[in-house]
Design a protein around this ligand. Structure first.
Ligand code: B12
Ligand code: SF4
Length: 495
């Protein structure tokens, strides 16, 4: 059976700018499992192929990716029986529906299946769309393969019986019991990277603002070494897709994949995108050791953040020796009360300070994530985040991401906001982005105030623009003139 997997377009509010294309690792995992069972499978990244196209407008929204007509053409050429569409982000839902409709236009008989974090959290919303036949909830490797197997026997009706599937029939959405999580992650094949155009991702990263804040200098790819997270932060929903128990791949299995990435695909930059990469110190130490002993010449980053209390000098040194260039750490706030009582993250801010100092000594750069505009957070606490970030910069932190707290579907934050009627009535799937104004009401602050803090925070990425730097320059007239000349010669940067 011919199966086509699609990363759909994304439709973003005009003021969000052009998105950085990302490598859809989830699809590569599905493809690998299907190939193992001898299915004919391909991946089409509609977002990547038209990532810089933004001429197709819809009201205040901009469409990024190939147009519906181009999707239709691709489907006609590929002639699949089944099309699987990934929806990792709620904000990509609309794009996924457009892709599903284009598929159906190419052939009503083609089965369309949606999967990923968003369909897992909102199966009903996805199953109700007229051009979506099935929705897969949770991990897809086993469920998708079961679907294909059943379809070969009984068609779509057979597939409707499988656990982890949702579908609409006669106006009613049926949500089957969840399928069990994959216990042994070493048992699944490595993602089918040979089906991805790695050169094209690299080219797009050079032309855009990099990949997840990293300006990569060589072919790159993400890797995931574990799934699941035992914590319960107010703004996170990952437990619904990947579970609360951490399932970890063995160091051998991880470094075998890294070896394949380097030797087979020529990848030199690796993005570890785990939720909790360093949760088990012994495991990550062993991974670092094997990267070194197997002579893998890579540089690596963790754009998704690691916990500061899971890092120490021994580990950071090993990470550095194995090629780690920059770590992202997530204090989330400069107020311990916000971190502990509002976010529910059991993290001491002192551990962030220790990490910044130790990483500097060891020679790894540090980026910090902050979230502003949580329910019950005060203006003074937001200011504390700025002060804390400023202090971390003085200690050596070099990049800062300030996001607007957003009640994503499936999170405790969303539940609370709904129960307490805190949300702006216009808040919907199109608003599920931390780069949009805060949708929260009944707070001691306004959305504009949050935006102001976020902008101040983002300015820390450009220390040359800060008041402190300007005062320093004015106190040293001998450097002012060359400085101004240099600035005038430089193109302005977008934060
Ligand atoms: C890595 C990552 C990133 C990376 C890169 C993104 C990428 N996709 O490569 C970076 C750092 C850039 C990033 C950014 C953001 N992220 Co992010 N990210 C992740 C993370 C940690 C891993 C994604 C991943 O590769 N997983 C591994 C693969 C194997 O899993 P998977 O993609 O889910 O696929 C499996 C199943 O879902 C399923 N499946 C997937 N697709 C399909 C399709 C079919 C047909 C089928 C059958 C099954 C299926 O099968 C796959 C294999 O088991 C997830 C959390 C997580 N642990 O999954 C959050 C997550 C996807 N991110 C999230 C968010 C919110 C963001 C940001 C908005 C956050 C921010 N503050 O900036 C940004 C926005 C980015 C954007 N495009 O606009 C949310 C999305 C929630 C939502 N409802 O929208 C998640 C779920 C985390 C959370 N907070 O709950 N992210
Ligand atoms: S934000 Fe990170 S630490 Fe918190 S629950 Fe989600 S994945 Fe776990």
């Amino acid at each position: 059976m011919k199966i086509l997997l699609i990363n759909p377009p994304i439709i973003l509010p005009r003021n969000l700018g052009t998105p950085s294309p990302y490598i859809p690792l989830g699809l590569a995992y599905l493809a690998a499992e299907l190939e193992k069972k001898d299915h004919d499978v391909s991946i089409q990244d509609i977002l990547l192929k038209g990532w810089d196209k933004n001429e197709y407008f819809e009201g205040d929204f901009v469409y990024h990716g190939l147009s519906p007509k181009e999707i239709l053409e691709i489907v006609r050429q590929e002639k699949p029986s089944v099309v699987g569409i990934t929806v990792p982000y709620t904000i990509q839902e609309k794009g996924a529906f457009i892709a599903a409709s284009a598929v159906k236009e190419a052939g009503q008989e083609i089965t369309t299946i949606l999967g990923g974090s968003h369909p897992t959290i909102r199966p009903e919303d996805c199953a109700r769309h007229e051009d979506v036949d099935l929705v897969v909830m949770g991990e897809g490797e086993k469920t998708f393969f079961e679907i294909i197997k059943q379809m070969e026997i009984e068609g779509v009706h057979g597939a409707q019986k499988i656990n982890g599937v949702a579908y609409e029939e006669g106006g009613k959405v049926h949500i089957n019991p969840p399928s069990p999580l994959i216990e042994n992650l070493d048992s699944i094949p490595f993602p089918a990277r040979h089906l991805l155009d790695l050169e094209a991702y690299f080219e797009a990263s050079k032309a855009s603002s990099g990949v997840h804040g990293v300006q990569v200098k060589s072919l790159y790819s993400p890797i995931i070494t574990s799934r699941g997270c035992p914590y319960d932060c107010i703004f996170c929903s990952i437990d619904i897709t990947m579970g609360k128990k951490m399932r970890m791949r063995s160091p051998n299995n991880v470094v075998d994949e890294l070896e394949e990435m380097v030797h087979r695909h020529g990848i030199r930059t690796v993005l570890f995108e785990d939720d909790n990469l360093t949760h088990n110190k012994k495991r990550i130490l062993e991974i670092c050791k094997q990267i070194i002993t197997r002579g893998l010449d890579i540089e690596w980053y963790n754009p998704n953040g690691i916990r500061a209390d899971k890092l120490d000098k021994e580990l950071l040194s090993a990470m550095k020796r194995s090629g780690c260039k920059l770590i992202w750490v997530a204090p989330e706030s400069g107020s311990q009360r916000v971190v502990t009582e509002i976010i529910g993250k059991h993290l001491k801010l002192e551990s962030v300070e220790d990490t910044v100092k130790t990483a500097k000594k060891v020679g790894i750069k540090v980026g910090l994530f902050f979230v502003v505009g949580l329910p019950g957070e005060t203006k003074a606490e937001m200011q504390k985040s700025l002060v804390f970030a400023q202090r971390m910069r003085q200690l050596g932190a070099s990049c800062f991401t300030f996001s607007v707290a957003t009640p994503l579907y499936g999170t405790r934050f969303y539940k609370m906001a709904m129960e307490q009627k805190l949300l702006d009535p216009t808040f919907d799937s199109n608003c599920q982005s931390p780069y949009l104004p805060s949708p929260l009401q009944k707070q001691e602050w306004t959305a504009d105030y949050v935006q102001h803090i976020v902008e101040q925070g983002r300015r820390l990425n450009h220390p040359q623009n800060t008041k402190e730097r300007m005062l320093c320059l004015l106190r040293n007239p001998s450097v002012v003139v060359p400085y101004i000349k240099k600035r005038l010669g430089k193109k302005s940067q977008i934060t």
